[in-house]
Design a binder for this molecule. Structure first.
Ligand code: DGJ
Length: 691
């Protein structure tokens, strides 16, 4: 990151450069985010009309650190209020500190005791740039931080800028939409206390013409699991700035004297080569720089929820475990209903000891049985919650979020514990640590099933901080548990995919993608998920047919082939599966284990041919193709499926048929799929590149 004269810096990644300059008013300006530039080329940016040193009337400046101050009428990612009521900032540039892959700009307010550090960080081999903001109150009076976005990204001028986002709801997460960006501010985010089903903290910008395989894309993701907002601002002359940060309107953070506020990471990525290339770069970043155990492939798990819901005994779980093991599952997860008085969703949440009727001798016999079946043992918890009908709530009714003179709204008969309180966080940690220390538990599914309401903290002199400290304490508990139980692996769940982001993924191993396990709906959910998160974390269960949620009947192979595009799992009621389905399931689990390294660790490419959609995963010499076709129109034959990213000079053996294909022909003309002509046809194809 060489410094140049005048005050201009370049953050280089293998294929991109991000160039910023400090202007004569000490404002940080974004000059370039795109293909890699030499130092000489970067300096030439100063000759362009966007140059901070060539003010052109009618061309609005674009700030990398938008701080509320005079003449800054656009969105400002940094907004504070000092104790005397002053809101404007006048930041003076103090220094730029350069480290290995690291650049920090330090500013101080010209009058008030506030230091602002904005940090850029890159990792070898990745085009992702991570940014954070740190605010330090160097005085004694508190400062109100109204907004502290982690980053503002200046996107270069585009003719028709387009926004890609992931929206949804429960059972329909990560729906991908692309829309032309309107003038003004477009805000997406969550005010629910959790990342949310409704929006995922990621956006991508393109010029309106990018395809899966061509065109530049600028994208950003926020690593935070609480409330958040991303503001996409298209200025009057069409320029786009994307600002991403934690918190939501109208909450503010009080920064006491001597305190520092660190924001979560906002990661930015510029790529060429279309949306699939951007997604691939995010996946590589997640595997190399986010996930705690990136080298591991995730086991095939069995989860008991859809099979039993709350209606089970220890013996039922043992029978399910035997059937799951026979099918090749490697991890057995007992879901909700094993603790306290939790025989339905009306009681027991918060009481993390085994239900005495169901487990009179504790969890030991079941865990021993599961381990004896050759599987690891996992268990469901929902530590941030309490049923009012629980021993915990009876003992501590003040431990939930609430406000004086206001109702305590229940969702699913439960309230949210005030995890921001240190004593509550300590208690939750202690209960979980006890559970994990007393039992040989290999895996925890950490659920969170309702959003915050009446989010108050009576008695606190700074109640808004609950929105930040809840998530921080959640992270701290996860970090402590992982440090003290190094073999423990964790799944993040929030009524399905309500808490999927790079913040939670830094301390968990996989996520539960959606409570919707219908294979047809899952294709769209998984496609949206894959815009940013890798298959290595995308939990996908094969459940019963008709599907319990949608009542759609889908053949077993189709259900498996869709789930095999992620972390394959089984979640059906194996007690009622036919012997034929059990046997076919075992074959498909074995198939998955062969392709698993390519799916979970390889490069993903979405495919389409007529009514057939699919996905290709490449790793080393292995190319895996999973395809699905719901129905054909007018008995038209399926077209050939063109594969991507192949070595055009190489030959590939189809392991199903033994036939050898030329890479050039597979790329230019495609592969004959030979799908069953009937509805719900699917296939898994394994190709090996020949030496
Ligand atoms: C919601 C989760 O998404 C489900 O998989 C299941 O764990 C239930 N909670 C249990 O209450």
């Amino acid at each position: 990151m060489p410094a140049h004269e005048p005050r201009l810096w370049t953050i280089d990644t293998p294929n991109t450069s991000y160039v910023v300059a400090v202007d004569e008013h000490d404002r940080l300006r974004g000059l370039h985010w795109g293909p890699r530039l030499s130092p000489e080329q970067a300096l030439a940016l100063l000759d362009l009309p966007e140059s901070p040193f060539r003010p052109v009337i009618g061309r609005e400046p674009r700030f990398d650190l938008g701080a509320a101050s005079s003449f800054q009428y656009g969105h400002n990612g940094l907004q504070v209020r000092f104790s005397d009521g002053t809101r404007d900032l006048e930041l003076a540039f103090t220094e730029a500190i350069e480290g290995d892959g690291d650049l920090t700009f330090v500013f101080t307010d010209r009058h008030y005791p506030l230091e602002v550090r904005t940090r850029y960080r890159s990792h070898p081999g990745s085009d992702v740039i991570e940014r954070t903001l740190a605010l330090r109150n160097t005085g004694t009076e508190p400062i109100e931080v109204v907004r502290a976005d982690s980053a503002s990204w200046v996107v270069p001028g585009l003719d028709t800028p387009r926004l890609s986002q992931l929206h949804g709801e429960w059972g329909a997460e990560t729906q991908l939409t692309r829309t032309t960006i309107p003038y003004g501010e477009t805000v997406i985010g969550s005010r629910r206390g959790v990342t949310s089903h409704q929006a995922n903290p990621w956006v991508a910008i393109d010029d309106g013409e990018a395809t899966e395989t061509s065109g530049p894309v600028w994208s950003t993701a926020l690593a935070w699991s609480g409330t958040w907002r991303i503001t996409v601002e298209k200025g009057p002359t069409g320029s786009v700035v994307v600002s991403a940060g934690f918190g939501h309107d109208p909450i503010a953070i009080r920064l006491g004297g001597g305190e520092t506020l660190e924001t979560p990471i906002a990661a930015g990525l510029h790529t060429e080569g279309g949306f699939a290339s951007a997604a691939g770069a995010w996946h590589e970043y997640a595997l190399a720089h986010v996930l705690p155990h990136p080298e591991e492939v995730r086991p095939v798990l069995y989860n008991s929820w859809e099979a039993t819901e709350f209606d089970f005994t220890a013996e039922d779980q043992m029978r399910l475990a035997e059937r799951a093991a026979a099918m090749g599952c490697e991890l057995f997860v007992m879901d909700d209903g094993w603790f306290g008085a939790r025989v339905n969703d009306r009681a027991g949440l918060g009481d993390w000891t085994p239900n005495p009727d169901r487990f009179p001798d504790g969890l030991g016999p079941l865990i021993k049985h599961v381990h004896g079946c050759g599987m690891r043992f996992g268990i469901w918890v929902e530590p941030e919650m309490v049923n009012p009908d629980s021993d915990l709530y009876r003992a501590h009714p003040d431990w939930v979020y609430h406000q004086p003179h206001r109702r305590r709204s229940e969702v699913r008969q439960q309230l949210v514990l005030n995890l921001a309180r240190p004593d509550v966080a300590d208690y939750i940690h202690a209960r979980l640590d006890e559970l994990l220390s007393r039992n040989e538990i290999d895996f925890v599914k950490w659920d969170m099933n309702r959003p915050f309401t009446e989010a108050g903290w009576p008695g606190s002199d700074d109640p808004d901080r609950l929105w930040f400290d809840h998530t921080r304490n959640l992270y701290a508990i996860l970090d402590r548990l992982r440090a003290d139980h190094p073999n423990l692996r964790i799944e993040s769940c929030s009524s399905g995919g309500g808490r999927v982001d790079f913040g939670i993924l830094r301390r968990t191993d996989q996520v539960w993608t959606s409570d919707n396990t219908d294979a047809v709906d899952r294709i769209a959910i998984q496609d949206g998920f894959a815009q940013v998160y890798p298959a290595r974390v995308m939990g996908a269960w094969v459940t019963d047919s008709p599907n319990p949620l949608t009542r759609r009947e889908v053949p077993l192979d189709f259900r498996f082939h869709v789930a095999m595009a992620g972390v394959l799992a089984v979640g059906g009621d194996l007690r009622i599966w036919s012997d034929e389905d059990q046997a076919r399931g075992a074959e498909l689990v074995a198939d998955y284990k062969r392709i698993r390294p390519a799916v979970q660790l390889g490069r993903r490419r979405p495919l389409r041919a007529g009514a057939v959609t699919g996905v290709q995963y490449d790793r080393g010499d292995q190319t895996v193709v999973l395809v699905w076709r719901r129905s054909r129109a007018f008995a038209y034959p399926d077209p050939l499926l063109k594969l991507q990213g192949l070595d055009l000079d190489a030959r590939y053996r189809d392991e199903r048929t033994g036939r050898v294909h030329h890479g050039a022909i597979l790329a230019a003309h495609g592969l004959e799929l030979g799908l069953d002509p009937a509805d719900y046809a699917s296939a898994m194809i394994e190709l090996t590149r020949l030496p």
